[in-house]
Design a protein around this ligand. Structure first.
Ligand SMILES: [Zn+2]
Length: 302
């Protein structure tokens, strides 16, 4: 069984950090809300899959991202490539499934082409992304030598959402159908997929080519130490101890320091980090000499 951790989307982390340290506009707040909702939905789907594949001989890839070459107009492969990201790839019962998870807090009316909001305004063609993923993924599998078929589903995970005019048998699972579908398909694999999983791992993109550094200088950011779970500012309770009053969680100096470095890297990997810069970013709560010492001891790296 291969179950890998799902990372928070980089854009979501950037916006959360920017919200604490620089303030963000309403469009960005809106984007953050959507990303958070999507992230929540993915976590809910993970929980539903995880509990069914536990102890079974299945393979589950979360956030599987790979590069695809785009053919030029003349049919030749051109250098520019794009990427495809699939929320879940599940190999179970010797079949391959992909699940694209959407969590929306509004109702929709199904359409063969374009879906609409209940007020009649156009939303988008939700199945287009799923069929594009399916094409690209089947193409990738062919290269691995495994010419397996792929069953791709759109999952609308919010139980409070209603989809009107949804026809049966369209590879679309609303919340009440997901569990039943998984109960039906999650079976042990009888063949080994180690080689295929290895191939997929080798083609996996660790970083999205759409991730970009934030549009501010490091000097424009407010110094301080924030909770890595809920992004609340931490309170200093002792010289060496910080507390998130929202999570009721304590952090010591040696756990807040790597987080500061991780934040800086999430915001802009190109920033040149020094003990002075990290100390300033901490709002001078972590001294530069402490940072230097911990680096020398091999406890942190930047
Ligand atoms: Zn917290």
């Amino acid at each position: 069984m291969v179950v890998l951790l799902r990372h928070k989307p980089m854009k979501m982390e950037q916006l959360e950090i920017m919200k604490c340290r620089a303030g963000v506009g309403s469009a960005e707040l809106n984007e953050l809300d959507n990303l958070k909702l999507g992230w929540e939905g993915e976590g809910e789907m993970d929980a539903m899959i995880d509990c069914r594949v536990r102890g079974r001989n299945c393979v589950h890839f979360k956030d599987y991202r790979f590069a695809v070459n785009q053919a030029g107009g003349d049919g030749k492969i051109v250098r520019s490539s794009s990427e495809v990201q699939i929320d879940n790839v599940l190999i179970a019962g010797d079949r391959i499934f992909t699940f694209e998870v959407k969590k929306y807090n509004f109702d929709l009316i199904y359409g063969d082409e374009v879906w609409t909001y209940t007020n009649g305004e156009k939303f988008k063609n939700l199945m287009q992304q799923v069929s594009r993923q399916n094409d690209a993924f089947r193409h990738l599998l062919k290269k691995s030598g495994a010419g397996m078929d792929v069953y791709s589903c759109l999952v609308l995970i919010n139980p409070a959402q209603t989809i009107y005019s949804l026809p049966y048998g369209k590879n679309i699972l609303v919340h009440s159908a997901v569990g039943k579908f998984l109960d039906r398909i999650v079976r042990d694999n009888h063949y080994s997929y180690d080689r295929l999983a290895g191939f997929l791992e080798s083609r996996r993109l660790a970083k999205s080519m759409y991730d970009a550094p934030v549009n501010v200088g490091v000097d424009e950011l407010r110094g301080g130490v924030f909770c890595e779970v809920c992004y609340m500012e931490l309170e200093r309770v002792h010289r060496n101890q910080y507390r998130c009053s929202s999570c009721e969680r304590d952090y010591d100096l040696l756990s807040v320091t790597p987080r500061l470095i991780a934040e800086l890297k999430i915001l802009n990997e190109g920033w040149k980090l020094s003990s002075y810069l990290i100390s300033k970013y901490s709002g001078n709560l972590v001294s530069h000499s402490y940072i230097r010492t911990q680096k020398r001891l091999g406890n942190i790296d930047y």
